[in-house]
Every structure is written in C-alpha cells, then in structure tokens.
Design a protein around this ligand. Structure first.
Ligand code: F6R
Length: 241
C-alpha cells in the first residue's frame, strides 16, 4: 500500500483527482468505481475543473457506484444517484447510460444484487475503485461484521452509520435502514484502489484499519490484502500513524 500525506482537504482532493485523471488519460475507456459521501466531493470538483480545462474526456468511461439506499428513488435528493448527478455527472461529458448505481427502488434484493454484479462483470471489472471510509471502518456499506460478505448484497445499516449519515436528512427517522452495496470481493477485485480520508474524526479508524489486525470487524482492513492500494489522507486523518 502506498500512502500519500497531504496538508488538508483541498490537497487531498487535488491529489486524488490527479490519480483518477491519470487512470482516465491512460485508458479513456476504463471503468471507474465511484463513491459518495462528503470526502469525495472535492475530488469530483477537481475532476470537473480538469474537464473544463480540456484535460479530461469522460465520454468513453463506464462508472459503477459502490452503493445506494434501498427505497430511495433516483430523483430523491438523498439518493446516491442524485448525488452523483449533481456532484459530477451533470458537469462532464459522461454518457449517463454507462453510469451505474444500484437501483434503490428494486424491492427484490436478490435480483438487484445479481443484476449489479452482472453489470460490473459485463463492464470488464473495475479498473480503479475510489473509496471513502466510515468512522467504523466501513467501505461501501460493508459494516463491521463477523465475516466479510463477498458480493453485492442488501445490508441493514448500523446505528453508527445512521448517526453518521443523518446530517444529510431532515430527521433521523428519514435515514433509510437498508442499502445495497458492493461486497468485499467485488471491491477487492478492482485492479486498483484509491481510498481517501480526511479530518481528525477518521484518525483512529485509519490507524485501526491500516495498522491493526485484518478483521471483518474493521472492513477497510481487508484492503491491506490488495496488491495495489493508494491511501491519500490529510494530516488530521493520518495524525495517529
Ligand atoms: C459512500 C460510501 C461510504 C462512505 C463513507 C465515508 O458511497 O460508500 O462508505 O465512503 O461512509 O463517508 P464520508 O465521506 O461522508 O465521511
């Protein structure tokens, strides 16, 4: 694993965007795995800048997102599809028909998870997967557990994740209780992984995930078994390592 220490959120975002831009420049038809949440917003803004400067062309890309809340429609402002549209897709020349997010409205969890795995396989797998990390070490919505769940599945969100995400909703009751997420194997099969972390709230979990035992109780710890991972973090998030 390579670790890049950056000064602050802006520098972390620039560094992450540079790494994603390199992947796109080297292979304009690549498949990117994308994340939502507050951490990648700056990275997406930097990518949009590069598009506006004429450095990046998104037209050949396929994207697959890590996760989606079950029960939320794509036009619900809290859905991850809506997030991707407003934070990135609406601002670049991406072909929307080749951007994939699990379908939160599909009530048949098995069918949706199988369909999503198939989409990723048909895209030829993921070339570069962007990840954030939850304060409990979750990646995607793979919550701390007694085992790693390999494939795309439907999860019941933990109270810690509901607490962390309620800031995006009017009230806590509005936070969906279930979500679809890529599984650990789905993520680990990505050819390259870029994980970004910022802020002192992530410092302890960064230490646990990357310097503690590899365990499903800290899902991100599994990334240490991947041959090509880059961690980009700001000083606050990396302060304990
Ligand atoms: C989002 C996702 C989550 C977030 C994590 C960190 O698609 O998969 O694992 O990356 O919850 O969220 P932020 O960036 O808001 O701290």
């Amino acid at each position: 694993m390579r670790i890049f220490l950056t000064k602050n959120y802006d520098e972390m975002s620039k560094r992450a965007a540079d790494l994603i831009a390199s992947a796109i420049l080297l292979n304009p038809n690549c498949t990117l795995g994308l994340a939502t949440g507050s951490t990648p917003i700056g990275t997406y803004q930097e990518l949009i800048k590069k598009y506006r400067q004429g450095i990046l062309d998104f037209s050949g890309l396929t994207t697959v997102n890590l996760d989606e809340y079950k029960g939320l429609a794509p036009d619900n402002p809290q859905s991850y599809r809506f997030f991707m549209q407003s934070q990135l897709f609406n601002h670049v020349n991406i072909d929307i028909s080749r951007t994939f997010v699990p379908d939160g409205l599909n009530e048949d969890s098995n069918a949706e998870c199988e369909r999503y795995e198939q989409i990723i396989k048909s895209a030829g797998g993921i070339d570069l997967q962007l990840l954030g990390m939850g304060p409990n070490g979750h990646i995607g919505f793979n919550e701390p557990d007694v085992e790693f769940i390999p494939e795309t599945h439907c999860v019941k969100l933990t109270q810690s994740t509901i607490d962390a995400n309620k800031r995006f909703f009017e009230k806590e009751e509005d936070v969906p209780r279930f979500a679809y997420t890529m599984g650990i194997r789905t993520i680990m099969l990505a050819r390259k992984i870029l994980i970004i972390v910022n802020g002192e709230k992530k410092a302890q979990i960064v230490k646990d995930a990357f310097f503690g035992p590899i365990t499903p109780k800290v899902p991100a710890s599994v990334l240490r078994l991947h041959p090509d991972v880059i961690l980009v973090g700001d000083e606050a998030a990396l302060s304990l390592i």
